[in-house]
Design a protein around this ligand. Structure first.
Ligand SMILES: Nc1ncnc2c1ncn2[C@@H]1O[C@H](COP(=O)(O)OP(=O)(O)OP(=O)(O)O)[C@@H](O)[C@H]1O
Ligand SMILES: Cc1ncc(C[n+]2csc(CCO)c2C)c(N)n1
Length: 309
């Protein structure tokens, strides 16, 4: 039987043991080698936290025109020089000539991929996987220069390498934060949502998350997740949330720690029944159990967030 209960504003309960745990307190501070910040092509708006994010993530990648946005974020070359990405990848139709020249001179690996059958976002994800897991890819980028596209076939070389190498590599979890994946063009935004589902299926080593000026957006896997936070973090930083069946109609088996907790709750876009404008009331945690992967957005107070990074 499906049910909804409306909880008080503060709820204390013993969290269940869950395999998928997400601790929001340190979430944007992975401080580990297996982490990457990917910048897509929209203006960087997360101004209060951008430089901290840059420091907190190990690898830095710009998808094509994302390089313009990184360049334009700073108003002088000294600051730009302290924020040099490891790679710029894409068909290179959006990145400005002067920006390209600046980053070439700084030694950035600029990888041209002209395929019109994958977005620069997808090309970037495959590149990041190759960077972390393929030992032969490291040899390619170190051994040859930009004039030969580092020995990478310049239409879909990354795609081909990714598919051949992934059969043999041993993966590890990678924290991947993407800026500018949401908002702006609607087709690009929907494409970004498809990437959440696709990477969960084929590159489950990614802890993939999108940060916007208002939200943190990620996929809750089948079976669900336990979201942990400190009381202070909850009070200061997190507000509304939504558990959204974008991929397909599904059932939220149970939630605990939301203002409106549900059980056996059918949910779908087509029926119009989705849990939006919900919020966290669990004192220090909240959990979801879902029948299929679902998109979770957590509204954040970005100004306060910087104190917790
Ligand atoms: N207007 C936009 N709104 C939202 N996302 C965008 C927008 N423009 C670009 N992006 C994201 O940034 C990535 C890099 O963009 P790029 O500079 O190559 O623009 P593009 O040529 O329009 O993108 P693509 O060639 O990948 O379709 C895109 O793959 C996409 O994920
Ligand atoms: C069915 C279909 N729809 C759209 C595109 C176009 N497209 C998809 S990704 C991409 C690259 C953009 O840099 C382009 C042009 C296609 N190839 N196939």
């Amino acid at each position: 039987m499906e049910s909804v209960v409306e909880n008080t504003e503060e709820l204390q309960f013993q969290p269940p043991a869950y395999s998928h745990v997400l601790d929001l307190n340190g979430f944007l501070s992975p401080h580990q080698n297996d982490s990457a910040l990917l910048i897509l092509n929209q203006k960087i708006m997360v101004t209060g936290v951008f430089e901290k994010l840059w420091r907190n993530y190990f690898l830095h990648v710009c998808a094509d025109g994302g390089a313009n946005r990184l360049y334009e974020y700073f108003d002088n070359d000294e600051d730009r020089s302290r924020h040099i990405p490891d790679y710029i990848v894409g068909d290179l139709d959006s990145v400005r000539e002067d920006v390209l020249r600046f980053y070439i001179q700084k030694g950035v690996a600029i990888i041209r991929q002209t395929s019109q059958y994958a977005t620069d976002f997808t090309k970037s994800l495959q590149l990041i996987s190759l960077h972390f897991f393929s030992s032969s890819f490291h040899k390619v980028t170190r051994s040859s220069g930009i004039d030969t596209n580092y020995g990478i076939e310049d239409c879909h070389g990354i795609h081909t390498l990714y598919h051949s190498e992934r059969k043999i590599w041993v993966d590890r979890d990678v924290d991947l934060l993407v800026l500018n994946a949401i908002d702006g063009r609607f087709d690009q935004t929907i494409h970004s949502i498809t990437q959440l589902y696709a990477t969960a299926r084929t590159d489950a080593y990614y802890r993939l998350c999108y940060l916007t000026t208002t939200d943190l957006i990620m996929l809750v896997p089948t079976g669900g997740a336990l979201i942990k936070y400190s009381k202070k973090f909850k009070e200061e930083c997190i507000k509304n949330c939504g558990l959204l069946p974008v991929g397909k109609p599904s059932v939220i088996r149970a939630t605990r720690g939301l203002k409106w907790d549900v059980e056996n709750w059918p949910t779908s876009i087509i029926s119009g029944k989705v849990s939006s404008s919900n919020r966290f009331v669990g004192d220090t945690c909240c959990f979801f159990d879902v029948e299929d992967p679902m998109v979770l957005n957590i509204e954040l107070n970005l100004e306060k967030l910087s104190m917790f990074m």
